[in-house]
Structures are given as C-alpha cells and as structure tokens.
Ligand binder design. Structure first.
Ligand SMILES: NC(=O)C1=CN([C@@H]2O[C@H](COP(=O)(O)OP(=O)(O)OC[C@H]3O[C@@H](n4cnc5c(N)ncnc54)[C@H](OP(=O)(O)O)[C@@H]3O)[C@@H](O)[C@H]2O)[C@@H](O)CC1
Ligand SMILES: Nc1ncnc2c1ncn2[C@@H]1O[C@H](COP(=O)(O)OP(=O)(O)O)[C@@H](O)[C@H]1O
Ligand SMILES: [K+]
Length: 494
C-alpha cells in the first residue's frame, strides 16, 4: 500500500474535491469511521470525552462526538482548544454539536473514560505545548483509554518524531492511506493499533501525486521472485560468493552463505583468507570453499567461476588488506555486491573517495547499514534531526548510487531513483547477533538469481522478518536461514 506524506495527503484531498468528493463529505466519513472504531474497540468505556482542536482534525472530532452521542448511549463531552476558522468545515462540524463545549484547560480526565484525541493531525505546525500539552499529560496520569484521530496529537506525520508531547494511544484511526509517522518509530508504537479507514477518497486521486513510498508487502515484489527454469543447472540458479574474515571470525560469513543457499542460490562459495581455511573446512558441507590471499585472487575467482553476486563485510575485518579487497571489488567488478558490517565501516574511512566515485551508471550495490554503520557512512544525515528515516535513506541511496537497507525495528529500503519502502513485519527477536549476516546472504541470493536490486532488498527484508516471527523467542541467527527457506517456499508456491 502507498504511504502518503501529510503534504501528499493534502494533495489527495484536493484531488478528491476536484473529483467531486467534497471535503465536508470526507469529514463526515472520517467522524463516522472514528465512531465505529470507538464503539467496536472500547466497549468498557463509561463515558467519552472528545478533545477538539481548531483545524480539520478537531472537525473530525466534532462529527464523531455528534455520532457517538446519537448511537453510543454514553455521556459524551466535548473540550476544545481554540476555535475553528469561520466558514471552515470544522466550524460547520462544531456548529452541529448540540451539547456543551468546555475549554480544554478545565478538562478533567477519568480512568473509565475513552478520550478521543482530535486536537491536531496532519496540520501540526509547531511543538505541542501550553494547555494542550498539560491536558494530554493529565490524560496520561488518569490512565484513560485513548483513540487518536489521524495521529496522536503532537506526532509528526512525516517523521514519526514527537513534537513536544504526544499521548500513547490504544488505537489510531487514520484515513485513506498510512503516513510515514504511523510506521516509523517512535510514532509506530505511540499509535497503538493502526486502523486505515476508507472515507470515500477514490484511489484515482493518487495518479498525479506520484508517491514513491510503500509499506513492504509481497505484492510489491512477488512477481520478481526468482523461479528457476526446469532445465536450470546449479550455476544457472545463481552462484553467490561470500568473503570470510580471519580464523576467529568465520561464523558471520557462514551465516551469510547458509542464508544464500537456503534462499535458492544454486551454488555458494566462501572465499577464505589462508589462516581461516581450516576453520571453515571443518564447518562447511554443501557450501564450497576457496582460498584467497590478494584482491586479484578474488577478482579472478569471480570472473572464472561466474559469480553472480558477492557478500562482503560480515566478520571481514577492517584492516588495510580488507580495504584493498573492497576497493578492487568496487572498481573492477560488475557483479552485484552486498556490502554489510565491516565493509561499511571501511567505506566510511574513505567516505569522500567512495561517494565521489559513485556517480552515473554503476554496477549493482546494496548497502545494509544498521544505525551505527549508517552514522559512520553518512554522519551529516544521521545528525539531521529534521529528516525522517525515509528521507535519510533516500538521500543516502542517491549519494551512494546504491540500494540502501537502513536496518532497525523500522527498516527502510531506498533506491537511488527515490523509491522507498518501510518494513512493518519486524520483530525484536531479530535483534540477535548474526541476524544481519543472514539478511546480507538473503539479499545476495536473490540478486544472484537475477532479481532487481530494490525488489531483492525489499523481499529479503520481509522474508527475514517473517522468518524471525516464525521462530520467535529464543531464536538465534542459525535458525533464520531454514525459517527463511520455509517463508520463501510458501511465497514461491503462491
Ligand atoms: N483527506 C484528508 O486529508 C482528510 C483530513 N481530515 C482531517 O483533517 C486533518 C488535518 O486538518 P488541518 O490541516 O486543518 O490540520 P489540524 O491538524 O487540524 O491543525 C491545524 C490547526 O491547528 C493549528 N496548530 C497546528 N499546530 C499547532 C500547535 N502545536 N499548537 C497550537 N495550534 C496548532 C493551526 O494553526 P496555524 O498553524 O494555522 O496557526 C491550525 O489552526 C487531518 O489530520 C484529519 O484529521 C478529515 O477531515 C478527512 C479528510
Ligand atoms: N528491535 C528490532 N525489531 C525488529 N528488527 C530488528 C530489531 N533490532 C534489530 N533488528 C533487525 O535485526 C537485524 C540485525 O542486524 P545487525 O544489526 O547487522 O546485526 P548483526 O551484526 O549482529 O548481524 C537487522 O535486520 C535489523 O533490522
Ligand atoms: K489527533
């Protein structure tokens, strides 16, 4: 599903108006959607308080208050912060509320109350403070249940950051399409359960908006998942090479290699520095092993053995020898390349040179930084407090001419052409050592089988997360490749 920024949502609104769906109609539908979720989800509430701001978010609140009074059989109170502008839809909605309206500073929340937070939504223009903030703080202290209209007031719809203060909602009802702030942390957790209500905006309004952001789902990349021909031999199913680090750090490369094999690569080779050969040889079975000493050894292997993708970084090391290998790969190899972990740290050491070289048409590169690695490679983006994670990932992808998988609980995948995806099926069980190495192997396997890089990255992230969910508590990274295989097998058979 497309994700719309607040500005794109406003455009959708205007397009809907032009298509004959009036904003007043949308406000009615929004208020009714809030009403129906309130009744469905909070059957234990003894009374309802609706907090209404001066804009359209407040307008939705007034509509909901009127509907709830008519149908819930509960006492409904309205508390306002500011007055709607004359002749606005919100003013019309406020005019239809027949009950009393209290000033927000006098609002006294109760534990048995459902509070409907309709102070600010997409129009939040500055930090939430003063009476607004104090009222929300009282709600938190009282422990009332909270339904947020569009967004918990104070949350940035663009970035998911809290501007001043925001309540923890039990449920958030938004309209038409989710916004980035619903899916990026901390917004994602503050929203509680997210409901995306259809309020009658036709999907056609999206055509000239050109949103380039989606929630990650198989629909985006299922068509591109590799399906080998019946006659394929092992190398035609993709040959992945994984570069290992020294003897004491070979596990990471093995995890990537195992993941690549389980994700459908027909052949996987671990390239090993001389000192690690023995350690790897005792552990590898189906995975092949090949020694390398110099960057040239790697280049020769890639060419002669028709390697179709490479993983470099997991457990690789950050010395000069390793830097020489990465430079050679970036400069002399056309094969799709996944750079993770130590490889990203190495790139960061030569940041300027690396980024300068990444212009124009370049061979496929996928970078998989976690928060710390991202900050090393793009310190200015990591510091920019006003940028959302999506904007950071997009800018990084453009600069590096690479698909960037910016990992975390809300992993964002971005391509140099501006496409971006927010992953939403992650689980904390993935926060285990080696889980990133598995992800790198999954991406490489899909690349080696010919999947386009952005789709391969999105698919790998989704499958990795789904595998983590399947395994759940107590899972280690060793469990992930097999679980990923099962997830992929199901998808391929769809
Ligand atoms: N398709 C759709 O999109 C639909 C959208 N709908 C609804 O519309 C909502 C967006 O409405 P909106 O644009 O009127 O903005 P909203 O959030 O109500 O606030 C604007 C007002 O608040 C003020 N203000 C802002 N920040 C402030 C602060 N910190 N502290 C104090 N004041 C502050 C601001 O003042 P100003 O900055 O102008 O001085 C202005 O007066 C959206 O979230 C959804 O619920 C539905 O009706 C159905 C269709
Ligand atoms: N709290 C979390 N919720 C969801 N996914 C997470 C969480 N923490 C980490 N992950 C995921 O787990 C993986 C960890 O990768 P990484 O940090 O590189 O670990 P390692 O270096 O140990 O392999 C990434 O895919 C990341 O998105
Ligand atoms: K709100």
């Amino acid at each position: 599903m497309e994700i719309l920024t607040p500005a794109e949502m406003a455009q959708a609104d205007r397009n809907a108006d032009r298509a004959g769906v009036a904003t007043w109609q949308l406000m009615q539908a929004a208020g009714e959607a809030v009403t129906s979720e309130a009744l469905k989800r909070f059957p234990g509430a003894a009374r309802i308080a609706v907090l209404c701001g001066p804009g359209n978010n407040g307008g939705d609140g007034y509509v909901a208050a009127a509907c709830l009074l008519a149908v819930s059989g509960l006492p409904v109170e309205v508390w306002r912060s500011g007055e709607p502008r004359a002749d606005s839809d919100a003013a019309k909605a406020a005019g239809q509320w027949v009950g009393a309206v209290g000033e927000l500073e006098e609002f006294s929340p109760q534990p048995d109350m459902l509070v409907i937070d309709a102070l600010y939504g997409a129009g939040l223009a500055r930090e939430l403070e003063g009476n607004d903030r104090r009222a929300l703080e009282r709600v938190r202290a009282a422990g009332s249940q909270v339904l947020a209209v569009d967004l918990p007031s104070g949350l940035s719809g663009l970035s998911g950051a809290v501007l001043g203060y925001a309540l923890q909602a039990d449920c958030t009802v938004t309209f038409f399409r989710p916004k980035p702030g619903h899916l990026l942390y901390p917004g994602r957790s503050l929203c509680g359960e997210l409901v995306v209500a259809d309020i009658g905006i036709p999907a056609g309004v999206l055509s000239d908006i050109g949103s380039r952001l989606w929630g990650n789902a198989p629909e985006l990349w299922l068509h591109a998942l590799p399906r080998p021909s019946a006659l394929a031999h092992k190398y035609q199913r993709g040959h992945v090479a994984v570069l290992s680090g020294k003897m004491s750090a070979t596990g990471a490369a093995r995890l990537s290699a195992e993941a690549a094999a389980r994700a459908g690569a027909g052949a996987v080779t671990v390239l090993s520095p001389p000192d690690a050969l023995a350690a790897l040889a005792t552990h590898l079975t189906a995975t092949m092993l090949h020694r390398f000493d110099t960057p040239d050894d790697v280049l020769t292997f890639v060419e002669q053995r028709k390697v179709q993708s490479l993983v470099c970084g997991p457990g690789f090391g950050t010395g000069e020898k390793q830097m020489a290998v990465i430079s050679a790969l970036l400069q002399q190899v056309e094969t799709p390349l996944v750079l993770d972990a130590d490889a990203i740290t190495l790139l960061a050491k030569e940041r300027e040179t690396f980024l300068k070289a990444r212009t124009g048409e370049k061979p496929t590169l996928v970078l998989t930084p976690h928060e710390g690695e991202f900050a090393r490679l793009f310190p200015d983006l990591a510091e920019g407090e006003t940028l959302s994670k999506v904007e950071r990932a997009r800018t990084a992808a453009k600069r590096a001419m690479a698909v960037v998988i910016y990992k975390g609980a809300d992993t964002v995948i971005a391509a140099p052409d501006g496409r971006a995806v927010i992953n939403t099926n992650g689980t904390v069980w993935l926060a285990t050592a080696g889980s990133g190495d598995v992800l790198a192997g999954l991406v490489a396997a899909l690349l080696a089988q010919g999947m386009p890089p952005f789709e391969a990255a999105c698919a790998a992230v989704w499958v990795h997360a789904e595998a983590g969910r399947r395994e759940g508590f107590g899972m280690t990274a060793e469990d992930l490749p097999q679980a990923a295989r099962k997830v992929l097998a199901k998808l391929i058979n769809r």
